[in-house]
Ligand binder design. Structure first.
Ligand SMILES: [Zn+2]
Length: 279
């Protein structure tokens, strides 16, 4: 699954990425391409939940689509009507805050995963805590329940290159240290984000894969089961498109707030992310 074909795909993706960023730099936006990943949302607030520090990261438009490479796209163009895999969730009403990692340039709607496709997830168990599979399965359950997006844990992987992923790679979940993932420096306990594409420069962007990276040392030291789960859940919130909020009643507070489960604002944002149309 991760053999030479995959390497060739990555080389191609890298070239496409360069082309795309050049187009962004000198074409439509007139700005140099940003350093990847961005934006980061670190904070330094001491206190009981000081370990629950999480950085949001989104990586812009890293791939370009070509139908000869991605035959599913051809099926769409031939008129196959995609259908949701799970029902959309009712959008709850509540005072809680939520935000999105990215919005569509033209409509302001959130960028999210295609609800007509399974989001595959693979775990790299190297350095992961003994309960890693349970942590990931539970985060998947919580996030799927809140979004109506369907995930599938496809197994383990030896892949650790979260900075150069191909769009057919499963979401990568792994435990690492700051030498490997500099976002985990200081008291950052996790980082999560997704890659997004826009087909042929079209207006609608979609996430296609992403990563969740947990701090190995933090998980070695952490004894609270609720906290261990809350950090993975928070990063899965980023993965599917939620950003940070200032509301401490929400799990998507940059330090996880005062809660260990998705709050009402989190759930509203997750439901909206899962309710976008198929593409
Ligand atoms: Zn975060």
């Amino acid at each position: 699954m991760f053999g030479s074909r995959r390497r060739r795909q990555r080389e191609l993706d890298a070239r496409l990425r360069e082309l795309y960023l050049l187009e962004e730099a000198y074409g439509r936006y007139g700005q140099p391409p940003p350093a990847l990943p961005s934006p980061r949302q670190p904070s330094r607030v001491p206190g009981f939940i000081a370990l629950v520090v999480v950085a949001g990261v989104t990586i812009s438009a890293v791939f370009a689509m070509q139908p000869q490479i991605f035959p599913d796209r051809v099926h769409e163009l031939l008129g196959t009507t995609p259908e949701r895999l799970l029902p959309a969730r009712d959008i709850p009403s509540g005072p809680g805050e939520f935000s999105f990692m990215a919005t569509q340039p033209e409509t302001g709607d959130p960028v999210g995963y295609n609800p007509c496709e399974v989001i595959e997830v693979a775990i790299n168990p190297d350095g992961a805590p003994d309960d890693h599979q349970e942590l990931v399965e539970t985060a998947i359950e919580h996030t799927s329940d809140a979004t109506g997006l369907q995930f599938e844990l496809v197994g383990t992987t030896e892949d650790r290159d979260f900075e150069n992923m191909s769009m057919d790679d499963p979401v990568l979940v792994m435990w690492a240290d700051e030498d490997e993932a500099p976002d985990l420096a200081d008291d950052i306990a996790g980082v999560g984000g997704s890659y997004r594409v826009s087909a042929y420069g079209g207006a609608t962007e979609r996430y296609v894969t992403g990563f969740v990276i947990l701090d190995r040392d933090a998980y070695d030291d952490m004894r609270s089961d609720d906290m261990r789960q809350a950090i993975v859940d928070h990063e899965f919130g980023h993965l599917v498109g939620l950003g940070h909020v200032d509301d401490p009643r929400q799990l998507m507070h940059e330090r996880g707030g005062f809660v260990t489960h998705y709050g009402d604002g989190d759930l509203t944002g997750l439901a909206e992310l899962g309710a976008i149309g198929c593409s």
